[in-house]
Design a protein around this ligand. Structure first.
Ligand code: HEM
Ligand code: HEM
Length: 178
């Protein structure tokens, strides 16, 4: 991370917090939806698909904004292994924000299900129909969801460590203010 700014840009901060709420909602909707045998399954699935595709679009926008706007530099006295951990965890979070929706979309395509979002918007299949591919993608969507949740919790712990223990300004880079 390099840069002379003290904060992420307003657009980056807006995208970060809107997407954080959206992703946490998705993880809980996902688990809730597969745990129910009630009528709620259908509306939950439509919400899951629509919000998931919205997250994919926002993640791609965010990646472009990240390349254009950059990021504030981490504190110079932060140990190198922590800088590396921050970099690798951010890359993994971006990969999951883009990968999870794509895997969900591909998983439904492989099963031959119609991918219909709110408002009747129908998406095309992105992989051919195949039972073995569906099983593989189902497993990936399932296990990566738990990895995503674990990574978000570690990210939250790191943010609080910076904000409450080190008090080094890293948490403030993502908070409102100039
Ligand atoms: C950020 C994006 C996403 C996240 C975090 C996410 C997360 C989850 C989670 C946690 C589950 C429950 C897994 C389980 O306990 O079995 C799930 C299931 C599911 N997701 Fe996603 N998902 C995302 C995007 C998508 C998208 C875009 C689609 C389809 C277009 C999709 C389709 C599904 C389906 C069909 C299931 C149910 C699988 C089953 O019936 O076992 N997901 N997702
Ligand atoms: C689903 C939830 C979340 C996701 C997916 C997420 C994702 C990310 C990503 C990818 C970055 C790197 C920004 C970039 O370089 O473009 C970042 C930075 C940051 N996030 Fe989150 N975040 C989440 C939740 C949170 C929460 C709950 C907090 C704090 C309580 C937080 C605090 C921060 C801070 C302080 C930074 C800046 C860190 C730095 O510059 O090294 N995030 N987040």
């Amino acid at each position: 991370m390099t840069g002379t700014n003290t904060h992420f840009s307003t657009l980056q901060r807006l995208l970060h917090w809107v997407m954080a709420i959206g992703i946490l909602t998705m993880l809980f909707i996902g688990v809730g939806m597969v745990s129910t045998i009630g009528r709620q399954y259908v509306p939950l699935l439509v919400t899951h698909k629509t919000l998931g595709i919205a997250i994919l679009v926002l993640a791609l926008v965010r990646l472009v904004v990240r390349f254009i706007s950059g990021a504030p530099a981490l504190p110079a006295d932060l140990p190198e292994p922590m800088k590396l951990a921050a970099y690798l965890s951010h890359v993994a979070l971006y990969a999951l924000m883009i990968g999870m929706p794509l895997i969900g979309w591909a998983m439904m395509s492989a099963a031959g299900y119609p991918i219909v979002l709110y408002g009747g918007l129908r998406l095309p299949a992105i992989v051919p129909q195949s039972d073995s591919l569906h099983a593989l993608l189902w497993g990936a969507h399932f296990y990566l969801a738990f990895a995503f949740f674990a990574l978000v919790l570690m990210h939250l712990a790191a943010a609080l460590f910076h904000g409450l223990v080190r008090r080094d300004g890293v948490l403030q880079t993502m908070l409102p203010g100039k």
